[in-house]
Design a protein around this ligand. Structure first.
Ligand SMILES: C[S@@+](CC[C@H](N)C(=O)[O-])C[C@H]1O[C@@H](n2cnc3c(N)ncnc32)[C@H](O)[C@@H]1O
Length: 306
């Protein structure tokens, strides 16, 4: 059914005003461990885990990403393996690695933010946590069977990621895998064309919002990763690229987008018509009448030669 502009706008605005905000069963929504959203300098991580709603944001992110990630990663894991999970966030993939490591395996979880590391250590006695910055971390040599990064490299816009991949390659055991799981497709106006049924300014506004964030997130880098891996000496480099059309509403897609935009609003307040369009888009993420193309997902894997 074709949406008519005025009623949909009214419903969206009303639902935004009335909506109490996200909650996740069993999770606290705020506490003295957390902070309000903060603007950080170019190249620094813009979606800090210290933010008061980051637990919810990461929880919905995991819910939406895990099925595709785990289907691709699972066949490469082996019992007794040594795993490195870089930027684990709330740690659903750390838990997945712990499930596959068997009693003799190990998982090292490295994050620049300390907030959730104690919880990750509690997943299993085989999980060791490291509080550190991957851009200066020395992972050693011939240590890991599997190194995994999901949604970390795209945030490292000022780092020498080619040198980082070379370091990770060195840290793999012969035959070990480097697996990079990223978003691609940020400021592509076609991702949001159906938002134009709500207000014809929304697709352009959203594309501009992504452009405003490009000092903090590089949605093109994913396409370059296969060549970067090959240049670092990895072999059997393979790529899987996929994109979904998703529906808004009270689901992981809607809530994750709404929370990410809430955390990042300070970066986009100067966009034209922001005061009108921001409430509209926040309501749209939470509306079952709204559809968009999610970020593309790129899964890039390479192996250290035997
Ligand atoms: C978008 S979250 C992704 C979390 C998790 N990988 C997932 O996909 O559910 C990015 C994570 O990387 C961490 N991170 C960001 N920059 C980092 C850095 N330079 N070194 C280590 N961890 C970093 C953040 O603290 C956060 O936990």
């Amino acid at each position: 059914m074709k949406l008519t502009r005025v009623p949909v706008v009214s419903i969206l605005l009303l639902s935004y005003v009335l909506w109490p905000g996200p909650t996740v069963a069993g999770h606290e929504s705020a506490g003295n461990e957390s902070t309000d959203s903060q603007v950080v300098a170019s190249g620094q991580y813009s979606l800090s885990n210290d933010w008061k709603k980051s637990r919810e944001r990461l929880s919905y992110l995991q819910e939406k990403l895990d099925p595709q990630s785990q289907a691709r990663v699972g066949p490469l894991l082996k019992p007794g393996g040594d795993y490195l999970d870089i930027g684990p966030g709330l740690g659903s993939m750390t838990g997945f690695f712990a499930d596959h490591a068997g009693v003799t395996g190990s998982i090292t979880a490295l994050d620049i933010n300390e907030r959730f590391l104690a919880e990750l250590a509690a997943i299993s006695p085989r999980v060791k946590t490291v509080h550190g910055d991957v851009t200066s971390y020395d992972p050693g040599e011939n240590r890991f069977d599997f190194i995994y990064l999901r949604l970390v490299l795209l945030h490292l816009t000022r780092s020498d990621n080619q040198a980082l991949i070379a370091r990770l390659h060195k840290a793999l055991k012969p035959g070990g895998y480097l697996f990079i799981d990223e978003f691609v497709e940020g400021a592509n106006v076609n991702r949001f064309w159906q938002m134009g049924e709500i207000d014809n300014r929304l697709p352009g506004y959203l594309a501009a919002a992504y452009k405003s964030l490009s000092d903090h997130m590089d949605f093109d880098q994913g396409y370059r990763l296969p060549a970067m891996m090959a240049d670092a000496g990895l072999v059997n480099v393979n790529v899987d690229l996929t994109q979904q059309r998703v529906q808004g509403g009270d689901n992981a897609h809607g809530r994750q987008m709404q929370l990410a935009f809430e955390q990042l609003e300070a970066y986009i307040v100067t966009l034209p018509d922001h005061q009108v369009l921001f409430p509209l888009i926040q309501a749209a993420w939470m509306s079952p009448d709204a559809y968009w193309y999610d970020h593309g997902r790129i899964f890039v894997v390479g192996q250290k030669p035997e």
